[in-house]
Design a protein around this ligand. Structure first.
Ligand SMILES: *Cc1c(COP(=O)(O)O)cnc(C)c1O
Length: 387
């Protein structure tokens, strides 16, 4: 196999567009030089559109988890009563961060593969009026669920004074996001998923309500103190040396978003989801999630007649196609296809075509082309409606 072919189709890190790669190879500049200030000035308004907010979106150099931790230590403090909605391993991570800071954590555990029922959130809030913050996951990457985040936010605000904090790491930039309209108080995303960048940056914005809490919060914090990021950002700067090369890349990523148009970006992800699901169904393989709550950025497949790990190894070895396995309780039970960021319907046809070969080689009864044909049909139907 040609060694430098790598088909990275895991739910992050995701592939980098060539123009973004080139932008990141520019010579280094000083982080206090006018070039960097102009760069941040250019990025600022465009990043707001991706979040659907009028608030400034702060950039922290760190992986997505640093963004989650920033949300926790700025919105709550040691001893705070919080509710964490856990629909998979990333919800569980939010809970672990809150526990690490000795917060009083209520967990709403949802069966992995299901979406959150806002009525259950309401019930917990009604029973526990002192909950200060509700933590939720928009796309639960470990299961491929897109939680009904607008409805969850609505229920929280109707039934409590709690802040709504959302982990949007694996979908913001690929799925419609309206932070202000949905009254999300803190929204976090990362660079290496739908934002088409390497890992290393996290983005976070806060509502006016959240800022009041953040300003008065007594919780100790330093690198992740959002007050410092807000102050610097007002001056088109960052409090510490940012991942400058990643900012070069972000500038270009935003240009790609603008050239395509966000509506079209969202439609492309929706199409990739539907193509993938139609293909897997046509091959007679069960999906983990319902059609209603399936994420446009990642699809989880739950094989019953073959071992997903064997299939993953086979397609990696023969085609360089990297797919993800399951995490924690879903380890060995599912495999996942990432279709986010730098990914198109053409890539879905390739992934499905390769999977069909793998399944054939494993002795599964599939007709080559059956899944691809179903995906092609979805593409043709969805683009016909557009014409
Ligand atoms: C990838 C991811 C994160 C962040 O993970 P890092 O490895 O810290 O970048 C957080 N939440 C979700 C939902 C994710 O998919």
């Amino acid at each position: 196999m040609l060694q430098d072919i790598s088909l990275l189709r895991i739910p992050g890190p995701s592939p980098i567009p060539p123009s973004v790669q080139r932008a990141m190879s520019k010579p280094m500049v000083g982080h206090r030089d006018p070039e960097t200030k102009e760069l941040i000035e250019r990025i600022k308004p465009r990043l707001k559109k991706v979040f659907g907010t009028q608030q400034d979106v702060m950039m922290i150099t760190g992986s997505g988890t640093s963004g989650l931790e920033a949300a926790v230590v700025n919105a709550a403090s040691q001893g705070s009563e919080v509710l964490v909605i856990v629909s998979g391993s990333f919800g569980d991570r939010f809970a672990k961060i809150c526990e690490a800071y000795d917060m009083l954590v209520h967990r709403l555990d949802v069966t992995w593969g299901d979406s959150v029922d806002p009525a259950e959130v309401r019930a917990i809030l009604n029973e526990n009026p002192n909950i200060e913050v509700v933590f939720a996951t928009y796309c639960e990457t470990s299961t491929g669920i897109l939680n009904p985040i607008a409805n969850i936010s609505k229920v929280v605000h109707e039934h409590s004074e709690a802040l709504v904090v959302v982990d949007g790491v694996s979908c913001v930039g690929g799925v419609e996001t309206k932070m202000d309209e949905w009254n999300i108080d803190i929204l976090v995303t990362g660079s290496q998923k739908a934002m088409m960048l390497p890992p290393g940056l996290t983005f976070i914005a806060a509502s006016n309500r959240a800022w009041k809490v953040i300003e008065e919060n007594k919780q100790a914090r330093f690198y992740l103190d959002l007050r410092a990021y807000r102050k610097s950002l007002a001056d088109d700067s960052t409090p510490f040396t940012p991942g400058v090369s990643l900012l070069f890349g972000l500038d270009q990523t935003l240009t790609l978003f603008e050239q395509e148009g966000m509506e079209e970006v969202y439609r492309r992800h929706e199409m990739m989801k539907q193509m993938t699901r139609a293909a897997i169904k046509a091959l007679g393989i069960p999906l983990l999630t319902s059609d209603e709550f399936a994420s446009p950025t990642v699809t989880a497949i739950k094989p019953e007649t073959f071992d997903g790990e064997t299939l993953r190894k086979l397609v990696k070895k023969e085609f360089g196609l990297a797919l993800a396995g399951g995490q924690h309780q879903l380890k060995g039970k599912i495999f996942r296809i990432g279709h986010m960021g730098y990914c198109s319907p053409a890539d879905i046809l390739q992934i499905i075509g390769i999977l069909e070969i793998g399944l054939q080689k494993m002795g599964e009864k599939v007709n080559p082309g059956q899944g691809v044909a179903a995906a092609q049909e979805v593409y043709i139907q969805m683009t016909k409606q557009e014409a």
